[in-house]
Design a protein around this ligand. Structure first.
Ligand SMILES: [Zn+2]
Ligand SMILES: [Zn+2]
Length: 517
């Protein structure tokens, strides 16, 4: 059975009328790739529940009322003054978003649609400002001593003497980290801030402060009726927020702790685990921009949540797409099943951002697409090459074209930011200035005699190159190098025969003639 069905099965056993599956993030920096795993893990369980006819909601809580903890390496020094202020109240670093939190959150949320995930989004800042937390705050303050005991006992951390389970937002400096409570007398709290300000807040009003994270999380479980929420293994450590949360939600809020799955990190090949707090790492958005959505889903769905995933943003990405394409062929009965393709019947469905296609989508090897988008960035030109070389049929369906075009876009992003240099090339518009050796010139002139009457296919060009190299006793390495030098201005490039067949024949002949002039 697929892991998503096992997790959904656990939930079904509880016989609840409705399930609420929660995910979330504190958007204090580029959203790390672990969050992508959280969202897709939950999506798998959500789909499994829906398939069984169980009513379920999928929510995403952005804790944008959390404060800026420090000036992260990706922030300008001037952000020092905002440390301690909720990230929804801090200006956006680029000037184009509503707030600091939105800067990191909004594009990620938009990109979720592409992978077929559509959670209902809650923003903590709005929840606090609308007063949704009022009851939870009141209950917490009434149970200050008990909460303090639970947190100190489980986390083994000592809390300050006058600790209360509420971080008051100073009416003057706006920080939620520096106001100390002086007196709580329902419904008001008198406080004194480090900035010198003394004031009073009424807890029935919205936006006057925030529950500390260890209390906020369980309070939210009850408020939103959460029944399932996965978390990264860093939160699941003994004495961590999940541990205290379980006890707090039962004993203070009288609500059962949600079921969960602990998910492992996604490691970048050669770089270890990624944490947004440690500086710039590969973000969720970048991972999605470079990986076709069905392939990204494939990567997450085929691995048990408790197994770490190694993601290779280099050449490994091409192999990953090939692996996906092969499984797709097996699913549609075009290839034999091989080892490791467990539950394909079920998992292929989970790989799809949308509906399962009725017939196999038209496949063009990804490596080839990576070459074509470098020959021409414009999709219509790429399509022309594919048509001319017979790699796609004239009656390609709209959905197949959309699919290939989307893959081409992902390939372009990957090439721009992540592809290794050895993959990159550019067909030079003018003949590059290279000093060709005599044997290189001889190779080109012999090739020029053969090419005009040659069938313009990868295979026949490939064979012609080999024949000439043998006959003229020119190293095949030199032959290839010559082709790359006069077309790309570099010594290496994509497989020559196939590469030339994708270029316009007249263009290639003209270039070779110019090169030996
Ligand atoms: Zn911005
Ligand atoms: Zn203050």
């Amino acid at each position: 059975m697929h892991w998503a069905d096992v997790l959904a099965g656990e939930l079904v056993k509880e016989k609840k009328k409705k399930h609420v599956l929660a995910t979330g993030i504190t958007p204090s920096g580029p959203i790390h790739i672990g969050n992508m795993r959280e969202v897709l893990t939950t999506d798998a369980v959500y789909r499994s529940l829906r398939k069984r006819g169980v009513e379920a909601d999928f929510i995403y809580v952005a804790d944008d009322y959390d404060h800026l903890r420090k000036v992260y390496p990706y922030l300008p020094k001037s952000y020092e003054k905002y440390v301690g202020i909720p990230i929804s109240e801090i200006p956006c670093p680029c000037g184009e978003h509503k707030s600091y939190a939105d800067h990191y959150l909004s594009s990620f949320l938009n990109s979720l649609r592409e992978i077929g995930v559509n959670p209902k989004v809650y923003r903590a800042s709005e929840m606090y400002k609308k007063g949704m937390y009022f009851k939870a705050i009141q209950t917490a303050l009434e149970n200050t001593d008990k909460l303090k005991m639970i947190i100190e006992e489980i986390s083994k951390r000592k809390l300050p003497k006058y600790w209360i389970p509420f971080n008051i937002r100073c009416g003057k400096c706006g920080k939620i980290t520096s106001a100390k409570p002086v007196l709580y007398d329902y419904p008001t709290i008198e406080y004194k801030c480090d900035c010198g300000y003394e004031g009073t807040v009424d807890i029935r009003e919205g936006g006057i402060g925030k529950l500390p994270w260890r209390v906020d999380w369980p309070a939210r479980w009850k408020m939103l009726g959460v029944t399932f929420e996965p978390f990264g293994k860093d939160l699941g450590t003994a004495g961590g927020a999940r541990d205290t949360g379980e006890k707090i939600v039962q004993e203070i809020y009288g609500y059962p702790p949600p079921k969960y799955a602990v998910y492992e990190f996604i490691l970048l090949k050669g770089k270890g685990a990624m944490h947004s707090s440690k500086g710039i790492a590969l973000s969720s958005e970048e991972m999605l921009n470079m990986t076709p959505p069905e392939v990204l889903r494939f990567l997450i769905m085929k691995n048990q949540p408790n197994k770490h995933i190694v993601f290779d943003p280099g050449l490994g990405l091409i192999s990953l797409v090939d692996e996906y394409d092969l499984e797709e062929c097996v699913y549609f009965g075009k290839e034999e099943e091989t080892r490791g393709m467990k539950d394909l019947e079920k998992t292929y469905e989970l790989f799809q951002p949308d509906m399962v296609p009725k017939k196999i989508p038209y496949q063009v090897p990804y490596r080839h697409l990576v070459t074509l988008v470098q020959i021409d960035k414009d999709w219509n030109e790429v399509k022309k090459i594919l048509l001319r070389t017979g790699q796609i049929p004239k009656d390609l369906s709209d959905s197949d074209e959309k699919h290939l075009r989307q893959r081409a876009e992902h390939a372009k992003y990957w090439l721009k930011y992540f592809a290794p240099d050895m993959i990159r090339f550019e067909v030079k518009k003018k003949t590059p200035k290279v000093q060709l050796a005599e044997e290189q010139k001889k190779f080109l002139s012999t090739l020029l005699k053969i090419l005009p009457s040659l069938e313009w296919t990868g295979e026949s060009i490939h064979n012609a190159i080999y024949e000439i190299s043998e006959k003229e006793k020119i190293l095949i390495k030199t032959a290839f190098k010559t082709i790359y030098q006069v077309l790309l201005g570099q010594d290496k490039g994509p497989r020559a025969g196939y590469f030339l067949s994708n270029l316009d024949k007249d263009f290639v002949l003209k270039r070779f003639k110019e090169a030996i002039k």
